[in-house]
Design a protein around this ligand. Structure first.
Ligand SMILES: [Zn+2]
Length: 170
């Protein structure tokens, strides 16, 4: 179920972004306040990928910033518009980060890894450290320079395959 204000119903980006949320937090849960990039970054990436448009990140803030890193304003919800605001840092820069990982891994390996990530975590709870471990484990390419460029205080946790991994993975 998606709620949109009237002036957004014909905004293709917003519709695609909100549909992507049916996966990235809807099917794969995450802490939306501590690690908003896990759902907003992927939803921005999904919308832009489908629309064939690139990221327009200009932020210098880490992609894995918390919601609390921006002061909330009583009426506006805080900084959503400047380069170092929440939107640019987590959404746009999130897409830039994911595209950098995708370029380093190659499309096949990246999307195969993401399909496995969704299959293994559907209706579960995801964390950034487990996602970084999963991506690291899915390629021979050294992703750490990309992690260093976009993330702060991150942990790469390579987890054992969950019991449900024996399911058929598409
Ligand atoms: Zn969103």
């Amino acid at each position: 179920m998606i709620h949109l204000t009237r002036d957004k119903v014909d905004d293709t980006y917003v519709v695609y972004h909100e549909v992507a949320h049916q996966w990235f937090y809807g099917q794969l849960g995450n802490d939306q306040q501590r690690e908003p990039w896990l759902d907003e970054g992927f939803s921005d990436f999904g919308a832009r990928y489908l629309m064939g448009i690139g990221e327009n990140g200009c932020s210098t803030r880490p992609v894995n910033s918390e919601v609390f890193d921006w002061e909330a304003d009583r009426t506006t919800g805080g900084d959503w518009t400047s380069c170092d605001g929440y939107f640019h840092a987590v959404f746009y820069q999130g897409t830039e980060f994911l595209n950098a990982v995708r370029a380093a891994m190659g499309d096949d390996a990246f999307f195969r890894a993401m399909r496995r990530w969704v299959a293994q975590n559907r209706h579960g709870f995801t964390t950034g450290s487990r996602l970084l471990g999963h991506l690291t484990d899915s390629t021979d390419t050294d992703l750490e320079p990309i992690f260093d460029a976009y993330l702060v205080d991150y942990v790469v946790r390579i987890a054992p395959e969950p019991p449900s991994a024996s399911r058929k993975i598409l």
